[in-house]
Design a protein around this ligand. Sequence first.
Ligand code: DAH
Length: 357
Amino acid sequence: MDDLKAKYLGLIAEAANEAALEDLRVQAVGKKGEISLKMRELGKMTPEERQVAGPALNALKDEINSALAAKKAALADAALDERLRSEWLDVTLPSRGRRAGTLHPISQVSEEVTAIFAELGFSVAEGPRIDTDWYNFDALNIPSHHPARAEMDTFYMHRAEGDNRPPHVLRTHTSPVQIRSMEKMGAPIRIICPGGVYRADYDQTHTPMFHQVEGLAIDTDISMANLKWVLEEFVKAFFEVDDVELRFRASHFPFTEPSAEVDIRCSWEDGTLKVGEGDDWLEILGSGMVHPKVLEAGGIDPAVYQGFAFGMGIDRIAMLKYGIPDLRAFFDSDLRWLRHYGFSALDMPTLHGGLSR
Ligand code: DAH
């Protein structure tokens, strides 16, 4: 027994890690361990022998077990010490000089648009970028075989065989947020919904992911005149000009009736855009009076309520305002481009403090 004790206490003292320690435990006091086997031999002894050997073996087993526990704790302590040593950090060192990050023009323009519409009493609503085709199409009066579905170059989510849940799409516009907001808030309502949208398209003015802002105002007495005034106020504030002329062109969207596309008067001199003067027109958004079927889909009674809606490309108005020629550069993550076109993260755009200084 003395030999066993010396052997295991020596091995335990030298164990390099917890795994080695566990091996030793099995070897000594595990079911088939050396000491456990010895304990089985007690049965073959005479009662007198057993009276001596029994307590001695039990004491040995206890001693080995506590040596194992003590070594385990010591190993854990050592591991912690090692971590504390290697993860040590001198928090008193001076910080490294770094170039300040900048706000991406899309973030900047989203903030500018939000600030302007907030002043006009609109709050911000959001919806999911992955939505069902009901919210993205059907509820907006775009039934299955409507040509507008084909025109949208929709990304459909993959569905496993036998999956009967409604098909999901990457939303092709922010208009589904109209429906979700009507469902949630009812009428009257006055919201804008900025966010990312997706279409399978790629060239100088199209990227598979881009950004829109939706507007929606519903009440008992809202007319096209309100739409026109709101958009005029917006365009003046956004392009930071005193006066601007808007042109409403009759158009067609399934979710509005009547529908209009809106152009602003502008000029291009040496490739620079001037808003508010000149002989050119620049299309900036689609709009109209919300279709009764769309109100119904959102749970609002079209006999009582009516409203206007519009949808505008954020990337597009950012390109126009800040003279950015290629949409694709927005998504290249080129640091030189971001430093050139980026905005200070600390200047929040406000109408009184200035939108974009
Ligand atoms: N959803 C349309 C698009 O992506 C834009 C749009 C047009 C939104 C007219 C509207 C609207 O709310 O009234 O092309």
